[in-house]
Design a protein around this ligand. Structure first.
Ligand code: ATP
Length: 516
């Protein structure tokens, strides 16, 4: 199935099975805002748990925080967001569609990369085992030609993004014209100039008569951590290196909101700021790069689906930055950013607040402003990567197709579904008895409607890893049929064995153990 078709199916599956609904659905939705339904909220909570437990439980020197969404307006002046949290936008006059100019150029670079990969793949097929990939890349005239175009474009892009007075907007437009980039809707090159657009949402606090002040909905959770650095360090008696982790909502007035929950205007972040001694930050950057990749890969989706993308343009605060990208149906895309933020944020807050924000190192008897390594991951993007990877339409030997979510059991919304074979003879009561015992340990669901086959399909569609059927034999010997989602294998087991078989496999700990 084509990748775009898979993506469309995932989106409608999410709605049909109570994972994700458009916000205010009965009013036809609100652009790039979504609600999580009965199954979505469970999956989302499990993802958050997996992150929180890894960060806060497994790291003795990382503690949590839950800071408010509203913050003093000066925070955003100090952080640079009021002046510089902009995206360069460009409109196509014919289609009236708006684009991010940097994204149009990055997509063009990716097109050259794709052409190169296509050539290499063709040659690989042609030469078979004798294929020397490196030599081919170095000598093939077609690869060389595309690589030269790519490198020239890449260099120009870096120059405009890192221009001394801020992004060179005219230079960006010129690249778009020179590369002949067209609007995918109108197919024309009738572009406006490139303009900067601030992504923060504004609102007012207090009644206007009392002198209301403009405040912002936070565009990242990180600043809540920075302004609490002293509070946490002092009250927690934290010694450097240490980290503060937080999960919470963030808001960005995105210019182009596409691709479902990939780019939302209200979304959720899981951020951790790790405070280190100046001069050690690049070692810590590498360390967190590795740890975060290991966390992603412990889900078992295959290392070929992940890659790092080092940034061409470093944010004004960073001295190193990389993204963890995941292979979505629409290509490799950023799921998490890892940034070495220097001491920029703490120094800025010290300057604007007039407070001394430093760390006194008792061993070396010196004070300094700590440097920071940030790991920042979007819950919703993580959710999307998990659900896209897990979605499958399987052809069964009897010719039927089953739609199944091969979710990691620890992330699945429901862990065990219990079915009475019929609605009589005391089978429903027996099924309820099983649930009443197991519901304290993991999420169980009772289902008695329709034939067993249909009930299995409904559970497959939401990724339930285990189903149990209670039949008349159960009443005699306390055994049930246990059915496994991925293999569809069925086993007869005693009710007393169920907890032992299931609990370990569905716990977040089972994922964390992969990280050892
Ligand atoms: P992008 O380049 O895609 O706009 P970003 O580099 O601005 O993302 P960061 O500021 O590094 O993103 O934010 C950290 C993480 O927050 C991202 O890796 C992503 O998972 C998530 N995120 C950022 N913006 C959005 C959004 N609009 N919708 C959903 N998740 C988002």
């Amino acid at each position: 199935m084509a990748q775009e078709d898979i993506f469309k199916k995932v989106v409608s599956h999410c709605k049909e099975y109570g994972f994700v609904f458009p916000s205010s659905d009965i009013y036809d939705g609100l652009g790039a805002v979504y609600d999580y339904g009965q199954n979505g909220v469970e999956l989302k909570n499990n993802i958050k748990q997996y992150w929180w437990q890894y960060m806060v439980l497994l790291h003795e020197n990382i503690v949590g925080l839950d800071s408010a969404i509203f913050m003093h307006p000066t925070v955003w002046k100090a952080s640079g967001h009021v002046d510089a949290f902009n995206d360069p936008l460009i409109d196509n006059r014919d289609s009236k569609k708006r684009y991010r100019a940097d994204v149009l150029i990055e997509e063009q670079i990716a097109k050259y990369d794709e052409k190169i990969e296509k050539e290499v793949n063709k040659a690989r097929k042609r030469f078979g085992d004798a294929f020397d990939e490196q030599k081919y890349r170095e000598t093939s005239p077609r690869v060389q030609e595309e690589a030269a175009k790519r490198d020239t474009l890449h260099k120009r892009y870096q120059e405009v993004m890192n221009a001394p007075g801020g992004i060179d907007l005219e230079g960006m437009k010129q690249i778009i014209l020179d590369e002949g980039i067209v609007c995918p809707i109108s197919g024309t090159k009738n572009w406006t100039d490139v303009r900067q657009f601030n992504l923060m949402f504004k609102t007012e606090m207090g009644a206007a008569a009392e002198g209301a002040s403009t405040i912002y909905l936070r565009p990242e959770t990180a600043q809540g951590i920075f302004v609490n650095y002293l509070n946490v360090q002092k009250t927690g008696r934290m010694k450097i290196p240490f980290g503060i982790a937080q999960i919470g909502k963030a808001f960005r007035n995105e210019i182009v909101a596409r691709q479902f929950i990939f780019r939302m205007r209200e979304f959720e972040q899981m951020e951790m700021q790790f405070f280190v001694k100046p001069g050690t930050e690049l070692q810590w950057f590498d360390e967190w790069r590795n740890r975060r990749m290991a966390w992603h890969q412990a889900l078992g989706f295959g290392s070929e689906n992940y890659r790092f993308h080092d940034h061409d343009k470093l944010a004004h605060y960073a001295n190193a930055a990389t993204d963890v990208e995941f292979k979505m149906p629409f290509g490799f895309k950023e799921v998490e950013g890892i940034h070495s933020r220097t001491n920029f944020d703490l120094s800025q807050h010290a300057k604007y607040s007039g407070k001394k924000i430093e760390y006194f190192d008792p061993d070396e008897n010196i004070s300094y402003t700590p440097y920071v390594i940030e790991t920042s991951i979007g819950v919703d993007r993580m959710f999307l990567s998990v659900i896209c990877h897990s979605y499958d339409e399987e052809q069964l030997p009897d010719g039927q197709t089953r739609t199944v979510l091969h979710l990691p059991a620890a992330l699945a919304p429901v862990k065990l579904a219990v079915f009475p074979l019929t609605k009589k003879d005391g089978l429903p009561e027996k099924a309820r008895e099983i649930i009443d015992e197991l519901k304290f340990h993991f999420n169980c669901k009772y289902e008695e409607k329709d034939q067993i086959g249909k009930r299995y399909r409904r559970q497959d569609a939401i990724g339930t890893p285990f189903c149990v059927t209670v039949d008349n034999q159960t009443l005699e010997d306390n055994t049930v049929t246990l059915r496994f989602r991925d293999t569809m294998e069925q086993q007869r087991v005693n009710i007393s064995e169920l907890r032992g078989i299931i609990e370990d496999k569905v716990s977040i700990t089972s994922l964390l153990k992969n990280l050892k």
